[in-house]
Design a binder for this molecule. Structure first.
Ligand SMILES: Nc1ncnc2c1ncn2[C@@H]1O[C@H](COP(=O)(O)OP(=O)(O)OP(=O)(O)O)[C@@H](O)[C@H]1O
Length: 272
């Protein structure tokens, strides 16, 4: 039995005993993924707990983004991808069309490394998702736009230019706009793939504060190469290496007393 399997068993027992009770929103069991013949994810057993921030760390090419994208079915449908195992969202299997992509993505937002606002106004970027979900009333849309921009700490900076192009915003503001766009559909989860790697330290700090502010309402899984960032913002951390989860635990444990030497070596900069 691997360390992870032992941990899972321990966790199940502690849930049964109601100790350190956590509720996974995503559960992955025996998840394997191949790009052609290249085995990118190997027997992943990793939960994402509700209303926690889970950091996914590991060296380049170890499968972090592939895992994250699997959670909203972004890779599974690509040509030449083979996938096996289970991924459940709130107890329901999401793989193989078991849950339509539109339903899943109405609950799970995604933020990428490079901000990707639509070529529309700031207002229209935020109103787009709610409109797709059938909201037409202007007063309601105005309220959603304002609330989403306030939650993403952007309102004060853009309230006088809501109908100007989103492309006129700085990179950091665009990234907060993309987070606001996710928040506008009232998601249960936001998946973030290196959301600050293209940003300066001040913008990075604002995004980290934003993550801290919204984490009571929304579950966050974040891929990051920045160890300090993972330590600062996450509750749990999973360390990936060569397509496997080597170790996952409370972030304080991973950074202070990791169980696996590989984790220790990675977080202390001895490789990767
Ligand atoms: N579309 C694809 N087709 C073929 N191979 C892919 C594809 N996407 C990723 N891979 C391969 O799968 C492996 C995992 O890639 P992935 O992008 O998930 O790693 P990562 O840990 O996120 O890397 P990075 O930190 O550099 O972004 C790598 O070997 C990569 O080359």
């Amino acid at each position: 039995m691997t360390l992870l399997h032992e941990r899972r068993k321990e966790k199940t027992l502690s849930v049964v005993r109601n100790e350190n009770w956590v509720k996974p929103i995503y559960e992955t069991n025996g998840l394997n993924l191949w790009y052609g013949t290249s085995h990118a994810l190997k027997n992943i057993e990793l939960d994402i707990n509700e209303r926690e921030v889970t950091a996914i760390i590991g060296p380049s090419g170890c499968g972090k983004s592939t895992f994250l994208k699997t959670l909203n079915r972004m890779v599974e449908t690509a040509t030449d991808v083979t996938i096996s195992g289970n991924v459940t969202f709130k107890g329901n299997n999401i793989l193989g069309n078991a849950m339509p992509v539109e339903i899943l993505r109405s609950k799970v937002g995604m933020v990428f490394q490079k901000p990707n606002p639509f070529p529309k106004s700031i207002y229209e970027n935020i109103a787009f998702g709610p409109r797709v979900h059938g909201i037409r009333n202007k007063a309601t849309l105005d309220m959603i736009v304002e609330e989403s921009l306030k939650k993403s700490a952007l309102w004060d900076e853009v309230k006088d230019r809501l109908h100007k192009s989103a492309y006129g915003l700085s990179g950091g503001q665009q990234q907060r706009l993309c987070i606001a766009r996710c928040l506008a559909i009232d998601p249960e989860v936001i998946l973030m793939d290196e959301p600050t790697s293209a940003l300066d330290p001040v913008s990075t700090h604002k995004i980290e504060e934003l993550i801290h502010d919204i984490k009571n309402d929304v579950t966050i899984a974040i891929v990051t190469h920045n160890m300090q960032q993972a330590a600062r913002i996450s509750d749990r951390t999973a360390f990936f290496l060569n397509g496997e989860v080597i170790e996952e635990d409370r972030t304080t444990t991973i950074f202070n007393t990791p169980s696996d030497k590989l984790t220790d070596d990675y977080i202390n900069g001895r490789f990767g």
